[in-house]
Design a protein around this ligand. Structure first.
Ligand code: SAH
Length: 248
């Protein structure tokens, strides 16, 4: 075999599937992906692509059949083993649909493990559709080369999520205009909480500040839109800790 890692060998198309992957595993694509592969990308039998399922790493696969009964692929060789990914959650107060969808796409690119849309006092009233958000996350994961897709939860009140908060998981809350807040600490496991367009209300802030696992974080002097705050916060949480160490 020549250059096994080049995209030319493996195909530039990368799809998330739910089937188990292993040498010789047969995978039937779901309709959306079959249409994408045949109609949009004009691929045909014999062409190669890459597959991942969040468990078995990334595999090179070949298109075996492309017919009326669907598109069948066969996994050939593993290109990358499954590796541990950041264990970061995003808790985002429900904002306008376009902004929320944008945040889900970008947060997926930034590697989040779970996205929890939460209801807070000033959230938008409409509830997001978790299936639609999941489809956005799958497409973003396919494109950005991560090996898993984030879990998208149904919306729930922030207080319910906080009531059952897992022990030992730090929660970094982005709170603007808080003189005491410092930059988000680097974390490999934890969560980021971002408020809605109108921010958290004063009573919510009182409750938040009393939580023992909560760290208030500032994202700088300017007031960011919620979706910007989510992305900036996730990036800062993931900076290597040596960035903090000036004389490293
Ligand atoms: N309308 C509010 C701002 C809300 S910004 C006001 O003008 O007071 C939306 C959310 O983004 C906030 O709830 C907070 O979680 C986050 N955010 C925005 N800018 C921030 C900053 N500079 N520091 C920390 N969090 C910020």
């Amino acid at each position: 075999m020549t250059t096994p890692s080049s995209q030319a060998d493996h195909g530039s198309i990368r799809l998330h599937v739910s089937a188990p992957l292993g040498a010789g595993a047969s995978v039937l694509l779901e309709e959306r992906q079959a249409r994408y592969l045949g109609t949009v990308m004009r691929r045909s039998a014999g062409d190669r692509l890459r597959l991942f399922n969040g468990q078995d790493g990334e595999w090179r696969a070949v298109i075996r059949d492309m017919g009326k009964r669907g598109v069948r692929l066969e996994a050939e060789t593993q290109i990358r083993p499954q590796i541990a990914e950041p264990d970061l959650w995003l808790l985002l107060s429900i904002i306008k649909r376009d902004a929320l969808e944008w945040a889900v796409e970008k947060a997926t690119e930034l590697g989040v493990a779970e996205i929890h849309p939460v209801v807070t006092a000033r959230s938008q009233p409409a509830r997001p559709n978790p299936e639609r958000l999941a489809a956005i996350a799958v497409e973003a994961a396919e494109q950005c080369e991560r090996l898993s897709i984030p879990r998208i939860h149904a919306a729930q009140p922030l207080e319910n999520l906080l009531r059952g908060w897992p022990e030992g998981r730090p929660l970094v809350a982005a709170i603007e205009r808080d003189g005491a807040a410092t930059a988000p600490p680097p974390l490999v496991s934890g969560a980021l909480l971002v408020g809605p367009e109108g921010g958290f209300d004063p009573r919510e802030l009182d409750v938040l500040r009393r939580l023992p696992f909560l760290v208030a974080a500032s994202l700088g002097a300017r007031i960011l839109r919620a979706e910007t705050a989510a992305i900036v916060g996730l990036a800062l949480l993931q900076r290597p800790s040596e960035f903090l160490n000036n004389d490293a």
